[in-house]
Design a protein around this ligand. Sequence first.
Ligand code: ZN
Ligand code: ZN
Length: 89
Amino acid sequence: MKCKNLHKYKRVNIGRKDTFHVFQCIECPHYLRPEVFVGKSARCIYCDSEFKIQPLHKKLVRIHCLDCTKSKNTKEEAALQDLLTKLKV
Ligand SMILES: [Zn+2]
Ligand SMILES: [Zn+2]
């Protein structure tokens, strides 16, 4: 199965200690490495709208647009931020 249009990404760890991750589409086998992730277009995992991937999206687990960043999962993202700070990512 391949996406017709743009992909919806989630961040997956493929390293042993969460040290290496890629951004994988939730609907097909496509994925992007972090170094080429920013600047690509994607579909929001929550609202389905198209958006351009920004550096800040690398910190998210479920890659979503800025509108959804404001309204949803602030708690989850805050926890993630906390973790990332500890890991010095
Ligand atoms: Zn896809
Ligand atoms: Zn959205």
